[in-house]
Design a protein around this ligand. Sequence first.
Ligand code: SF4
Length: 336
Amino acid sequence: MGNIVTAINLRKYFPIVGGVFRRKIGDVKAVDGVTFTIKTGETFGLVGESGCGKTTLGKTLIRLLDPTSGKILFDPEGNLPEDPKIGERINNYDISSIKGRKLKSLRRYMQIVYQNPSTSLNPRMLVKDIVAEPLVVQGLAKGKEAEERVLQILERVGLAREHLYRYPHEFSGGQKQRIAIARALITHPKFIVLDEPTSSVDVSVRASLLDLFKELQKKMGLTYLFISHDLSMIEAISDRVAVMYLGKIVEIADPRELFNNPLHPYTQALFSAIPIPDPEVKRERIILGGEPPSPANPPSGCRFHPRCRYAKDICSKQEPALIEVKPGHYVACHLY
Ligand code: SF4
């Protein structure tokens, strides 16, 4: 399996302006130097408290937001070089600063499904036009051909011809999300950011959407970045999971390893809240003190140190690097 996306030291800051002259007085460091790779065909889960930078990271990876610094390597063929330190060759894949026509033509390969389809679908457009829009914008098809392709993709997501000439308000929440998924799939993308895609639908609909994502992945060769704060959802769908805290990735592992053996104190606290179905097994519930600090003024050294029960002197002075402690299990903590 090759790689489809690699982020290298990626940052996304939002300026804070203030004073009479509306000068820049600081930055919200939403994503602050993350490095990781997404393998072709996998579902890469991204989990963390709200406000930790998950959505900003997803949008920056597909260039809906311009990065502040760092590189984003993307290969629609899914054959990125394993080692991102291979000199000038990585620049062939770097999409972090491409613009204009080059960026537009890449967009067909990278799509996003948002949390709430009620706000992401234009209420005044018919389903056939909503789903066809990316095709038309990209100049890939129009008229009858576009309508035929819309119908094919609607059928793939469990809708039918009779839905073509309806408006979004005529559908249930789950069906609206299926329309949003059809719209994301119409250009036959390779990489899709799923940003909390099931959190606005009923629990009963969630399982069917998860099944749909898995089926589409298999049939269409898709790679997903699955963003969620719902750990059970992340466990059910992900091949690997990254845990994010205040703009940083603090741990990456496959879901079983992460759930059974979380190493970072933040991951331990996050996962201690999940009930274990076996009454014989007891797990200590770790309650984190205080609110997460502001990303406009993150703590020095390890960003988790003001809330960490294992914090030692070095933690407030030196930022821990994300290192591989076991095959495939990475953690950023001075305990390892
Ligand atoms: Fe806790 Fe220190 Fe590890 Fe940060 S580096 S998680 S403060 S032990």
